[in-house]
Design a protein around this ligand. Structure first.
Ligand SMILES: CC(C)(COP(=O)(O)OP(=O)(O)OC[C@H]1O[C@@H](n2cnc3c(N)ncnc32)[C@H](O)[C@@H]1OP(=O)(O)O)[C@@H](O)C(=O)NCCC(=O)NCCS
Length: 189
């Protein structure tokens, strides 16, 4: 079974398992309505964040029972966001298709941290997990998120008009993806 070796270190960030001391940092962004607008779940109170942090502790193991890892994004000792790598691909948890997700505190946005973390996670998905294809799903009006996909060299593969029932309304849904061969030959500067 694949395993994500932790921590993942990038130029400015450390992607690691959550620690109990991260609750306040995570609450600072996961409690904001604007931040969770395009991701599952409502704004969380501190206790809900404590549960989330406790349940997200990971050693990086991926198997039939642990089909995803959520990692804290640590910037100089502060958790400024979290990223997800999931094996729940479009055709099941076979480890060959990996979905990525990201959420960051508004006060660190616009500095390339999310792209830096997503790029590192995609590299791990291909190099360590052995993914054939890495993909992401998003609401197209969330252009900050689609720009991350584009910077990683992902293609917009699908656009479902009012094809997703999300938070009580029909929303558009876009699927972005990149295959291992494209990742290996791509220019992602
Ligand atoms: C989606 C989300 C992570 C994007 O955040 P972001 O700050 O725009 O993304 P990045 O951290 O990669 O920053 C990219 C921006 O920083 C700029 N930037 C500034 N300094 C930079 C640097 N040193 N290196 C790279 N980029 C830099 C880039 O030009 C880019 O700006 P642009 O999008 O206007 O072109 C953020 O909006 C978020 O957390 N939203 C809420 C949760 C959410 O919707 N998640 C996705 C659900 S599908």
């Amino acid at each position: 079974m694949p395993r994500v070796s932790l921590p993942i270190t990038t130029e400015r960030l450390v992607l690691r398992s959550f620690l109990p001391r991260d609750v306040d940092d995570v609450h600072a962004y996961r409690s904001q309505a604007d931040v969770v607008r395009y991701i599952p779940g409502e704004p969380r109170d501190r206790e809900q964040v404590a549960d989330l942090v406790a349940h997200s502790t990971t050693a990086g193991l991926l198997d039939d029972k642990h089909t995803h890892v959520t990692l804290a994004v640590d910037l100089d000792g502060r958790v400024v966001g979290d990223v997800m790598l999931a094996l729940n691909g479009l055709d099941g948890a076979d480890g060959k298709q990996v979905e990525l997700g990201w959420v960051f505190h508004p006060d660190v946005q616009g500095q390339g941290y999310a792209t830096e973390a997503a790029r590192a996670l995609a590299e791990v998905a291909f190099a360590e997990v052995g993914a054939h294809r890495v993909w992401a799903q998003l609401e197209p009006e969330n252009t900050a998120s689609s720009r991350i996909c584009e910077r990683l060299g992902m293609r917009r593969e699908a656009y479902f008009e009012k094809g997703s029932w999300f938070k009580g309304r029909w929303t558009d849904l876009a699927i972005y993806a990149i295959r291992a061969d494209e990742w290996a030959s791509g220019d992602r500067s």
